[in-house]
Design a protein around this ligand. Structure first.
Ligand code: NAD
Length: 543
């Protein structure tokens, strides 16, 4: 059934290019940025391998230059979602029957295309339309996504190799079938790699997929659909549509063949969809698999023994890279008062030195916030922090949306460890700090553990092994990705499987066998080589 399982190429992490001055990759990406900026691209839906347009054409703009038009996508209505489901179901039989090594080959080829001839296109699309620096685009859309494809192929074979034991004259096997029906992949704006992984992980396991990406990630989604086609993915296996969330959700969640939901996004959306699935449960032919990675309120906790420079660097990178729009971004920090004066001075100096602007200017460390709604929400929290008695803004606090949605990296210090920005996910460049008494370490641990509903990532900084050990145990449920003396962002596929629990998700660890295993519905096959021919057992015989 699963021949040659050991023969897949060994997965490796795609090396990150530097884009330093004078490097060939810098010249190449600059040329691609110029080209893509000067065009207006068409982004149709892709249904059953066909490019489909609607009457509703919507312009897309760079968040850092919102008057510029990069292209247009075509909004889907309910009918397009139904077409996508039909196309997926039509493709399901042949795709499920395709031997696994051919599915593997398609995604291995996709990885090589992505890190080769598609590298500039995917990076430039992510830079221009999602406002990432070249480094942030490179680690996300080129490297992490190639890693997802390559490592998932390896994990798939490891899953298939898990087989039951067999007794004499019997052969037991597990057949790793796809789910019966289609999978709905609903993806966020902030990582092209997640947008790429959520539809392809189920597809690799033999499933067919309807994919709805975020409105603010359509450009890189289009590049990915071109990539899959070139890699040889058959029509209908992954279908890309652009409905509004509720329109797409309604058609999908009422469909009897809805078999799986692969989501990354905010906690509120996930919870409302889970409720709908629960309400509709009797409508489905099978219990849908639900996998969701959601929000975070990620912490950095420094012990009195921590190294100040290490903590400051972790805070600056962890809180402000990609404008803090990472689910793993450091957004609440707990600093002991013995370190505070020195740490404050260094932190303020470094945050104020951050240069922000257009990602085409490679000297920028930060670019723009994804859209106006997010900008306005962040500006409101910053304005409140300027007024509230228990808060002080020690760095940043300025914002301007005249050309692009720019918010200066902002550090709030609060005397209330339960101030709203210590608890709620803001998803932007706002870090809130609470200074605790250095000798009240255990109280700080308790605060970290109980302050927020989330449990995605968290970091502790300590040079005292007893404190490190205590924090690791005390905070065992406070983060799905726990870092010791490192920033809480930047998980690498194959090295730090990613995901959190509590309100942060189902913790199925993207980029690991734990996630892939959710997309298979195993069938046990028992074959008897010498079946019995008499119903009577020996104990029934006369003495
Ligand atoms: P979002 O929840 O707004 O959107 C996610 C997807 O759901 C998008 O495709 C969106 O169009 C769709 N959607 C929005 N409202 C909907 C509705 N009412 N019904 C159905 N679909 C709907 O999230 P976002 O702003 O794109 O991404 C940011 C969020 O994602 C943050 O909360 C962040 O923490 C989270 N995130 C989590 C992880 C993780 O691994 N835990 C990774 C990245 C992002």
């Amino acid at each position: 059934m699963y021949k040659d399982l050991q023969s897949v190429p060994k997965a490796y992490n795609e090396p990150v290019k530097s884009y330093a001055p004078g490097s060939p990759e810098r010249a190449s990406i600059k040329a691609m940025l110029k080209k893509m900026k000067s065009e207006e691209i068409e982004i149709p839906m892709v249904i059953g391998g066909k490019r489909v347009k609607s009457d509703n054409r919507i312009a897309i703009h760079p968040p850092h230059d919102h008057r510029h038009v990069l292209g247009y996508y075509y909004k889907s209505d309910a009918e397009h979602v139904t077409m996508a489901i039909d196309a997926a179901l039509k493709a399901a039989k042949d795709w499920a029957a395709m031997p696994w090594e051919h599915r593997a080959a398609i995604f291995l080829k996709a990885a090589d295309l992505l890190s080769g001839p598609y590298r500039d296109r995917i990076n430039a699309a992510t830079m221009l339309a999602q406002s990432k620096t070249v480094h942030q685009a490179e680690i996300d859309s080129a490297c992490e996504l190639a890693d997802f494809y390559r490592f998932n192929v390896q994990y798939m074979t490891e899953i298939y190799a898990q087989q039951p034991s067999s007794d004499k004259t019997i052969w037991n096997r597990l057949e790793y079938r796809p789910l019966e029906g289609f999978v709905y992949a609903l993806t966020p704006f902030n990582f092209t790699s997640i947008a790429g992984n959520l539809p392809t992980a189920p597809a690799m396991m033999g499933n067919v997929v309807v994919w709805k990406c975020s409105n603010t990630q359509v450009y890189s989604a289009k590049v990915l659909m071109d990539l899959y086609e070139e890699a040889g993915l058959p029509p209908g296996v992954i279908n890309l549509v652009f409905p509004s969330g509720p329109v797409g959700g309604k058609v999908v969640m009422e469909h009897p063949d809805f078999a799986g939901f692969h989501f990354t996004g905010s906690t509120g959306v996930f919870q409302s969809i889970w409720k709908t699935i629960g309400t509709n449960i009797a409508k489905y032919k099978t219990y849908p698999r639900i996998v969701g990675e959601t929000g975070g309120k990620d912490f950095v906790l420094a012990h009195k023994s921590a190294d100040v420079d290490q903590v400051v660097t972790a805070l600056v990178r962890g809180a402000f890279e990609f404008q803090g729009q990472k689910c793993s971004a450091a957004s609440r920090a707990y600093i002991p008062d013995n370190l505070w004066p020195e740490l404050k001075e260094k932190l303020v100096e470094q945050v104020e030195s951050i240069k922000m602007g257009d990602p085409e200017d490679f000297t920028n460390f930060m670019c723009a916030i994804i859209d106006e709604a997010s900008f306005d929400k962040l500006a409101m929290f910053i304005d409140n922090a300027k007024k509230d008695a228990e808060t002080e803004i020690i760095a940043g606090g300025q914002y301007d949306k005249s050309k692009g949605y720019f918010i200066r990296p902002t550090v709030i210090v609060t005397t209330d460890p339960h101030y709203v920005t210590m608890e709620e996910e803001l998803f932007g460049p706002v870090l809130t700090l609470y200074v605790y008494e250095a000798d009240k370490w255990e109280e700080a641990l308790e605060l970290v553990n109980t302050t927020s509903i989330y449990a995605l990532t968290g970091a502790i900084f300590s040079n005292d092994r007893y404190a490190t050990d205590q924090a690791t145990r005390y905070l065992s449920q406070a983060a799905g990705n726990f870092y010791i003396n490192d920033k809480p962002t930047g998980a690498v596929v194959g090295q730090q499987p990613f995901g959190g629990a509590r309100a942060s998700g189902t913790n199925d660890k993207a980029g690991s066998y734990l996630n892939l295993i959710r997309w298979t519905s195993p069938r046990t096959i028992k074959e008897n080589f010498l079946p019995p021919t008499d119903y009577r057992y020996p104990f029934m015989e006369e003495e």
